[in-house]
Design a protein around this ligand. Structure first.
Ligand code: NAD
Length: 491
């Protein structure tokens, strides 16, 4: 069984790859070179309907009642199989995103394994809530909550960390006994499709994992979220799309879990170890070419060390190695598409209009003929902007940040929280008490001190404000992917 026979990336429905319709192909483009790598078969409404129907049938045929130990054993086999086919996943991730091989290996594909293994552990260890209620006459009632699968779950994911974010949802959903219909981003169809091969190989029953390819509105995304057979939607993507999806599912009152955009702040106090802080900030601004929802785009720096941090960060940005993704020394890949680069460049223009000083970057790098049609962009830093400027208010989602000075702790907290988003923050200080104090005051889902992107998959993850609804991770994932029925027995 193969998903990419003859250059087509196929849909996977009811345990089998679907023969592509040549009239419904769209391009998979390598963001590094601009080359067309394959054709992707866009699912029509009938195919999405088949996927949802197959998922329901799989639940009814026994998947929902499979013992947890069988489901978790299957997740572990899936992780082992991804490990065996590791380099194929790395190649698929690179084809989808153009990201450097080192990152694809160390972050994206490595995390896919960890997602499957962690959620197998979490599901295997999960207990159930129970309470004793005192009744009149000295009797008691036993209450216990039985957790049942949510049902058919629509999983809609973006293009920035496609395999990582997909498995972060699919692993707990399957561990809880759900069937899923996955809609990967139109930009990054390959890894979700390869995962279908792996899940079939390890014996996941037909219909439990389905993949439908396509776009959002008037395409597979909308067909899926409007389908009456969907019991819940877990979505990662932009806040605007999340808001739209929420309206779409509202008439049928389905649960949603939303992991949305961010405009994340870093606060750097003047007691930091400069070198350590610069290493952390470089990672937090430029990882994945700034295309991580958690990336820092606003850096508030104590005035005493503002020039040191600005100069140091610009130097580090200039040391990043852009270029051939297959070279293990490459640190920084392209943006996902020409369209996204246009969006990032529009912020370059806005920064200029707001009177920013460009510390480094601000343009398109020349990486030679081979990469001339890729979506490359220079890592870029600005000073001279304030929270009033659009560059500090809207999510840009590129390798960019604005540095702004502050004088007091209170001012830094107010500046960092002055946003409609609320995903992540990082605080850099050698004062332990201040670190805790400031981190707790951030209006975000995750607040780091002297680190960034350190993830404990058992802890809750999500955002406030425009950054999302609900939490996933550990127990929180089990809660979203199940419906409890409380049983009350008078004893
Ligand atoms: P996007 O919202 O454009 O698309 C996300 C997914 O939704 C894609 O699969 C897309 O095809 C689908 N979609 C679009 N319109 C739809 C519709 N009307 N109905 C159903 N599905 C639809 O986001 P993107 O550009 O792919 O990803 C970047 C965004 O994702 C950024 O805002 C980033 O911050 C966010 N993100 C958030 C997290 C998080 O954990 N909070 C993680 C990664 C990315």
């Amino acid at each position: 069984m193969t998903s990419t026979l003859d250059g087509w990336i196929r849909n996977f429905v009811d345990g089998a790859f679907v023969d592509p319709d040549p009239q419904r192909g769209f391009d998979q483009i390598d963001p590094a070179t601009g080359r067309v790598l394959a054709q992707v078969h866009e699912a029509d409404q009938a195919l999405v309907d088949r996927a949802v129907t197959a998922a329901r049938r799989a639940l009814d045929n026994g998947w929902a009642d499979t013992p947890v130990r069988e489901r978790t054993a299957l997740l572990r086999r899936a992780a082992d199989r991804i490990e065996e086919r590791f380099e194929e996943f790395v190649a698929a991730e690179m084809a989808d995103t153009g990201k450097p091989i080192t990152q694809a290996r160390e972050l994206d594909v490595a995390r896919a394994l960890t997602n499957f293994r962690t959620f197998a552990d979490v599901a295997a260890a999960a207990g159930q809530e129970s309470f004793m209620t005192d009744l009149a006459g000295g009797r008691q009632a036993l209450n216990y909550a039985v957790r049942k699968p949510l049902g058919v779950v629509a999983v809609i994911v973006p293009w920035n960390l496609p395999l990582l974010l997909l498995t972060w949802k699919v692993a707990p959903a399957l561990a809880c006994g759900n069937a899923v219909v996955v809609k990967p981003s139109e930009e990054t169809p390959a890894t979700a499709t390869l995962l279908a091969e792996v899940l079939a190989e390890v014996g996941l029953p037909a219909g439990v994992y389905n993949v439908v390819h396509g776009f959002g509105g008037n395409s597979a995304g909308e067909y899926l979220t409007t389908h009456p057979g969907i019991d819940g939607v877990t979505f990662t993507g932009s806040s605007a799309t999340g808001s739209h999806v929420m309206k779409t599912v509202a008439p049928r009152v389905r649960p949603v879990s939303f992991e949305l955009g961010g405009k994340n702040a870093a606060i750097v106090f003047d007691d930091v170890d400069l070198d350590e802080a610069l290493t952390g900030l470089t990672k937090s601004v430029f990882t994945n070419t700034g295309q991580v929802c958690l990336c820092t785009e606003r850096v508030y720096v104590h005035r005493n060390i503002f020039d040191d941090i600005a100069t140091g960060l610009a130097e580090r940005a200039e040391q990043l190695r852009l270029g051939d993704p297959t070279d293990s020394a490459t640190t920084t890949g392209p943006l996902i598409s020409q369209g996204h680069r246009d969006k990032v460049m529009s912020f370059f223009k806005m920064a200029e209009q707001s009177g920013a000083k460009v510390l480094t970057g601000g343009g398109i790098p020349d990486l030679g003929q081979k990469f001339a049609f890729g979506s490359w962009i220079e890592p870029t830093l600005w000073t001279g902007l304030t929270n009033e400027d659009p560059v500090l208010r809207e999510e840009i989602f590129g390798p960019v940040a604005a540095l702004v000075p502050f004088d007091t702790e209170e001012e830094a907290i107010a500046l960092a929280n002055d946003t409609k988003y609320g995903l992540a923050a990082s605080v850099w200080t050698n004062d332990l008490r201040r670190g805790h104090r400031v981190a707790q005051k951030m209006n975000v889902g995750i607040s780091w001190v002297n680190t960034w992107f350190t993830r404990e998959l058992r802890s809750p993850f999500g955002g406030v404000g425009l950054s999302g609804i609900g939490r996933e991770g550990g127990e929180s994932s089990l809660h979203f992917y199940t419906e409890p029925t409380n049983v009350c027995v008078a004893l």
